[in-house]
Design a protein around this ligand. Sequence first.
Ligand code: CA
Length: 226
Amino acid sequence: MRILIVEDEVNLAAHLARALEHDGHDPRVVHDGKVALMEARDGSYDLLVLDVELPGMDGLEVLKQLRDLAVKSRVLMLTARGETPDKVAGLTGGADDYLSKPFAMNELVARVNALGGRFVAPTGRTLRLGDLTLSLDDREAWRGERRIELSERECALLGVLMREPGRIFSRVELSERVWAREHEYDTKLVDVFIGRLRKKIDEEKDKPLIETVHHLGYTLRDPDPA
Ligand code: CA
């Protein structure tokens, strides 16, 4: 999932980002409430991890303004130790969940995955989108009842697309993400692998998921947008 971490304790924020990245997410960090509002107002994040006490604008106000803008990103609030029960209760109106500091990192990761259940299975190694399931460990996908074997690179490419349904990836970005450490990359290779994935997962009888966006790249259509 694409996650925005809003936390002014710099070390904690970096620690959160590492833990979420390790679990397969794509986190970004900001340290200020106003900056968070600017960053999240277009609704492009699946989830916000949002601290309450922040410079610029406090987390409750950020949440209120996002909801006033009809931003549907899920929100996990981080509340300070000793926060009064009233205040915590107030949070649940617009937040999807909250966690009191201090917390165990694996608890936070579990809560994040629970909130993102539509995209990431609890193991974090299985991705789902509509009737498409990808098991990263077994390198196989399922389209409904049909099992599909994937090569290592096909699996990696599909994983990148499935983690952020609806996002448009340029050929260069896909090339860098999937063939990152090789001495040269060729964006035509991306087209070849997209073609193979299409044959495997988008057979005629199915609703096609992989879309070509003219001049821009590729995206995986979310068949059931929130
Ligand atoms: Ca804080």
